[in-house]
Design a protein around this ligand. Structure first.
Ligand code: NAD
Length: 348
């Protein structure tokens, strides 16, 4: 049994993580920490968690804890990650790994030096329809993929009183690109099995114009990958959904086939010229993989296994770094009005 301590019990913990964690075989949450004492008590009572503290060093010094999850606002990931690595705890850090490439590197190095496992919270790789897409690509149904379009666009009220940091670059936030576009940069890299070499982006704020909001509300990035694929990434939190707007989708075109899918509904449309038992020549297939919402369980099962068997974690620090690098490159490109080459030079 791997024992977990949670640092930060805000939105991601309460709305996404806690239920899957409670039902993941092989792990037990034994401690929680938040600077908000009331929240700690509530969480302990609600989920029957033994230990609670407002000081994360208490969890790091606790011999009973093997893994810590860092759920703090993203600009605050670096210090607790360095401290946790030094304390010999394995780390699951929420996405983005950090808000700068320098911090991301520090986290990766600290984990290597202290011989602890690091997993970054890009759980969306383990959504069932996303896994199906990966399988189809691996089996060659699309052939050589030359173009991808990843869309994550919807409307969101920016009235997040308790999470003001989100809306402000200076407070460590980021717009839709940093918040959920980074899941897409991870997905692109994961599905294509290629590295980004050049990014050109345009970003702006059109709709959310309050003075306290300094982050973009729309961004379009063009990303060139090392085997030639061109990807277009569109993110928005100010696009009303309706009619033609499909929220979140991935579209891919290869020299043998075409794939479209929608993670939120599990709908997939797929055409391939490759003949097999499953897909006949020139066939067009529509599938629906009912979302099972088990992606958090899958990533943690794999993470636990990587700790127990000394394997590579399901999403490594390097994966988190590369996903962040495409986001940073997009912001840099939008600011400097020019294409940015990757890798971006970083002092180590
Ligand atoms: N994987 C996903 O799909 C997903 C979804 C949402 C958010 N996230 C990520 O999760 C992270 C947290 O986001 P959130 O939306 O939960 O933010 P949040 O602001 O709702 O929660 C952060 C929590 O950390 C606590 N906190 C702040 N400083 C602390 C400290 N020094 N010690 C202990 N606790 C402290 C706050 O009181 C708060 O409860 C971010 O990196 C975010 O990008 C990931």
């Amino acid at each position: 049994m791997i024992r977990y301590g949670i640092i930060g019990c805000g939105n991601v913990f309460e709305n996404f993580q806690v239920r899957p964690l409670m039902s993941t075989e092989g792990l037990k949450v034994v401690g929680v920490c938040d600077i908000d004492e009331k929240k700690v008590k509530q969480v302990q009572e609600k989920y029957n968690i033994k230990k609670g503290t407002t000081n994360y060093y208490d969890l790091l010094g606790d011999k009973e804890i093997d893994v810590v999850i860092i759920n703090l606002p993203q600009h605050m990931h670096v210090q607790p990650c360095l401290d946790a690595a030094k304390a010999g705890k394995h780390i699951y850090v929420e996405k983005p790994i950090a808000t700068t490439l320098e911090d991301a590197k520090k986290i990766i190095n600290a984990c290597q030096q202290n011989n602890v496992k690091l997993c970054v919270g890009h759980q969306r790789r383990f959504i069932n329809v996303e896994m199906k897409a990966k399988e189809l690509i691996k089996q060659g149904y699309l052939g050589k993929i030359f173009k991808v379009r990843a869309i994550a666009c919807w409307y969101e009220e920016c009235e997040i009183e308790s999470r003001k940091w989100l809306l402000n670059f200076e407070l460590g936030g980021g717009g839709p690109l940093m918040r959920w576009g980074i899941h897409k940069t991870d997905t692109l890299r994961y599905l294509l099995d290629q590295e980004a070499i050049r990014v050109y982006a345009e970003a702006d704020r059109f709709v959310h114009r309050r003075e306290d909001i300094t982050v973009e509300d729309n961004c379009v990035s063009l990303i060139r990958f090392n085997e030639g694929t061109i990807a277009e990434l569109e993110v928005s939190n100010s696009q009303y959904e309706g009619g033609f707007s499909r929220g979140e989708t991935i579209e891919m075109w290869g020299d043998k086939g075409t794939l479209w899918y929608q993670p939120s509904t599990g709908l997939m449309e797929f055409y391939s010229k490759k003949k097999t038992n499953v897909v006949n020549e020139d066939s067009f297939i529509k599938l629906k993989l009912e979302p099972d919402h088990k992606e958090f369980i899958r990533i943690h099962r794999k993470f636990i296994e990587s700790i127990e068997k000394d394997l590579t974690p399901p999403v490594t620090g390097e994966d988190g770094y590369k996903a962040l690098e495409m986001v940073i490159a997009s912001y840099k490109s939008a600011k400097e009005l020019k294409a940015v080459s990757l890798p971006i030079p970083v002092k180590s």
